[in-house]
Ligand binder design. Structure first.
Ligand code: ACO
Ligand code: LMR
Length: 264
């Protein structure tokens, strides 16, 4: 039989050895000929399967809606300061990306984990939120610096509308909405934010599409694929902010003394 030397790398998502590269076994030409989009490419390279059109469309909507949120948010601010320090595109991009985490844009995986666990265990929103409070953990996917109960996040509404129209089931999202109803009764800033909307809706996508087994869903949620959506999306905006600053020939940024409280 064949004697194979052990390899140093195992890879299962793409192959460039043939006439044309393949993503999860699908040749590039077939992707182009079928008129597939970036949602399909993400399905192949992240989830290693072709997903139904409504799923790939949902992924694309997430990316479009999270591409940017103005110059004042943590990521864009870092990128702008870095661009004004004369750094290159990759430095400007990663400087912004490095702010993505539990408070900003990177709460999607934790939102999915906590909402799934609470829903699957049959906790009422009251039990869930109060148990988080007891543990001293802020509910991921809830809360926003500028959005309020009377000034909802349009992105959340657009995602919910798409899912209610196209998904077979939105049970996790409806649970997140019930959690939001409870948190809003405590404070007006505790809205379901875009991370929470994507986290809960992705659970619905995974569970309702029939394309994933339970262990696969646990693996996706456990490893934490979903913050990748925000990272990917926001890269588009951060690259835009880099070009903008360079186009505007903005000088080195220095924060004004008046805006710092110097104290002992
Ligand atoms: N769960 C429970 N209570 C909360 C939450 C939450 N998620 N968020 C705020 N609160 C409460 C707390 O009681 C807080 O008081 P504390 O500072 O004593 O804990 C009070 O509201 C006021 O909160 P602030 O700190 O003033 O809220 P801030 O505007 O600074 O925070 C933030 C906004 C970071 C988004 C916060 O709500 C949070 O941590 N949310 C969870 C993480 C998350 O979902 N981040 C993604 C945001 S969307 C995005 O970045 C694209
Ligand atoms: C974002 O998408 O960057 C925001 O939701 C965060 C913010 O504070 O606006």
């Amino acid at each position: 039989g064949k004697v194979r030397a052990p390899t140093h790398i195992i890879s299962t998502i793409s192959d460039d050895r043939g006439e044309e590269p393949c993503y999860a076994g699908v040749p590039m030409s077939s992707i182009v000929e079928q008129g597939l989009g970036v949602g399909d490419v993400i399905s192949l390279l992240w989830f290693k399967r072709s997903l139904p059109r409504y799923c790939t469309k949902f992924i694309e909507i997430c990316i479009m809606l999270c591409a940017d949120h103005g110059p004042c948010v943590s990521g864009a601010h870092n990128t702008i300061v870095t661009a004004r320090a004369g750094k290159d595109l990759v430095s400007c991009l990663v400087s912004g990306l490095l702010t993505i985490g539990p408070r900003f844009g990177g709460a999607i995986d934790d939102a999915a984990r906590y909402f799934k666990d609470a829903y699957d265990r049959g906790l009422t929103p009251y039990e869930f939120v109060e148990s988080m409070k007891k543990k001293g953990i802020r509910v991921p996917g809830i809360g926003h610096r500028i959005k309020r109960g009377d000034n909802r996040d349009k992105r959340v509404e657009l995602l919910q509308l798409f899912a209610r129209t196209n998904f077979p089931s939105v049970k996790y999202m409806e649970y997140a909405v019930q959690v939001e109803t409870y948190t809003l009764s405590k404070a007006n800033n505790l809205v379901l934010n875009v991370d929470g909307a994507i986290g809960s809706l992705f659970l619905d996508l995974l569970a309702g599409s029939g394309m994933f087994t339970k262990p696969e869903i646990d693996e996706i949620v456990g490893i934490g694929y979903l913050n990748g959506l925000f990272v990917l999306a926001r890269s588009i905006g951060l690259i835009g902010h880099t070009f903008d600053q360079k186009r505007l020939k903005q000088p080195l940024y220095r924060h004004p003394w008046e805006d710092v409280l110097y104290t002992k």
